[in-house]
Design a protein around this ligand. Structure first.
Ligand SMILES: [Zn+2]
Ligand SMILES: [Zn+2]
Ligand SMILES: [Zn+2]
Length: 346
C-alpha cells in the first residue's frame, strides 16, 4: 500500500499536492538513497527537493536533496510509530506532537490525564519498564497522605523550597511542610500543636573560640545551652559563650526567622561565612558558622527580629543553668551585651 499518488505534474502525499519538477534524477542518487533505507521517487517543489519513500513503512516524504545525499535522512513516520509504541508499552497513548517543540509530545496516561513529555523520556521509561508520573494524580496522592494526619493539601509552598507544599491543619492553620515529612506524619502544627514546632523555641548566638579561628554560630534550639554543650561536639577546653538568646513563640517561627537571617548573610555578607571545609569536625554542624567579625551584622539582624516580635530577648544566663564539665561556657546577658555593643557602635 502506498499513500502517495504520482500525477503527471505533481505528487500527492498525505493530502498535500507537491508540484513535480522536470529535472532528471542523478543516477548516483538511487544507490545513495537505497543505502540509507529509502527509494527516491522524483523531484518536487524546486531544484533542491525530492520525494523519498521509507523502505520500512513505505511512507513518502519530501526531503532536501542535500540531506538525502550528504546526511542521514530520517523517516518521521517510523519515528512517530516508535514513540507511539513506547507510550503503549507503559500504558499511555501518544495523542499529538507538540506544536511548540519537536522533542515533545502529548500523552494520555492510564489515569486519563494528558501530559506533555519529552519523547526521549517516554522511550527511556518504556525501556526501563517505568510508568510516567502523572503530576495531577501525584498532588491528589499528597493530599490523601496529608489527610491521614489531619491536614489538607492547600497548594504550592509559600517559600520556594523544592519538595515542599502548603498544608492546612484541621485547626485552620496553614504552613509549608516537606512532602516527605508529611507522608510520615512527621510534622506538627505551628498553630495548635503542643509539641516542638508549636512550643516556644530559641534563636541563639554562640561564640566559639576555635584555636586561631574565633567564630560565631547562629541557630535555633529548644534548649540552646544543651545544644552548645552536648550536641556540637566542641572539644573540651575550647572557650564558648552564649552571646544572645531570643525566645520565639514557636519552633516554626524560630526556624523561619533563623533561616531568614542565614539567607541575608548568604546574599549580602557571603565573605563572613566560614565554610565547613575550614572548621571541619571542630564543630559538629554543616554550616551556620560565621567569622567573629560578623557579630555586629548578626546582632543587627536579631535586633530586626526583636523589633518585629517584641519581648523576644531573654536573659542568656537562664539558658545556661549549670557550668560545663570543662567550665568554659560563659554567658553574656542581653543587658551586658547591649552595653558592650553600644561601645562598638557610633
Ligand atoms: Zn518509515
Ligand atoms: Zn493522572
Ligand atoms: Zn493546628
Amino acid at each position: 500500500m502506498s499513500d502517495y499518488t504520482r500525477l503527471p505534474s505533481a505528487f500527492l502525499i498525505a493530502g498535500t499536492s507537491y508540484p513535480a519538477v522536470a529535472l532528471p534524477l542523478d543516477p548516483s542518487w538511487l544507490a545513495i538513497a537505497r543505502s540509507k533505507g529509502f527509494d527516491i521517487l522524483g523531484r518536487v517543489v524546486d531544484r533542491y527537493r525530492c520525494v523519498l519513500r521509507c523502505h520500512d513503512c513505505r511512507t513518502p516524504a519530501v526531503v532536501r536533496i542535500n540531506v538525502m545525499r550528504d546526511h542521514a535522512p530520517l523517516c518521521h513516520a517510523c519515528i512517530q510509530r516508535r514513540r507511539a509504541a513506547a507510550a503503549k508499552a507503559i500504558g499511555a497513548e501518544l495523542i499529538a506532537a507538540d506544536a511548540q517543540h519537536r522533542h515533545y509530545g502529548h500523552f494520555r496516561l492510564p489515569c486519563d490525564h494528558v501530559v506533555r513529555r519529552q519523547y526521549l523520556r517516554v522511550e527511556k521509561a518504556a525501556a526501563g519498564g517505568h510508568a510516567i508520573d502523572c503530576p495531577a494524580c501525584r498532588e491528589t496522592r499528597y493530599g490523601t497522605e496529608a489527610q491521614a494526619f489531619g491536614w489538607n493539601l492547600a497548594g504550592k509552598a509559600k517559600g520556594r523550597r523544592p519538595g515542599y507544599r502548603r498544608y492546612r491543619h484541621r485547626c485552620g492553620h496553614r504552613q509549608d511542610v516537606s512532602i516527605g515529612n508529611m507522608a510520615w506524619g512527621d510534622t506538627s502544627c505551628g498553630g495548635c500543636a503542643a509539641n516542638w514546632a508549636g512550643k516556644p523555641s530559641f534563636i541563639y548566638l554562640f561564640r566559639i573560640d576555635l584555636p586561631g579561628l574565633p567564630v560565631v554560630k547562629l541557630g535555633y534550639s529548644a534548649r540552646p545551652a544543651k545544644r552548645l554543650r552536648h550536641q556540637l561536639g566542641i572539644a573540651r577546653g575550647i572557650k564558648t559563650e552564649i552571646l544572645r538568646v531570643m525566645l520565639l513563640p514557636s519552633g516554626n517561627v524560630a526556624v523561619r526567622e533563623e533561616s531568614a537571617c542565614h539567607r541575608t548573610m548568604r546574599e549580602r555578607h557571603a565573605g563572613l561565612i566560614v565554610p565547613k571545609a575550614t572548621f571541619g569536625d571542630a564543630i559538629n554542624t554543616q554550616g551556620e558558622i560565621y567569622h567573629a567579625a560578623a557579630l555586629e551584622v548578626l546582632h543587627g539582624l536579631l535586633d530586626d527580629v526583636a523589633l518585629r516580635l517584641p519581648q523576644t530577648d531573654v536573659d542568656a544566663t537562664s539558658c545556661a543553668t549549670s557550668s560545663t564539665p570543662s567550665g568554659s561556657t560563659a554567658v553574656t546577658s542581653p543587658r551586658n551585651l547591649r552595653r558592650r555593643m553600644s561601645t562598638h557602635r557610633p
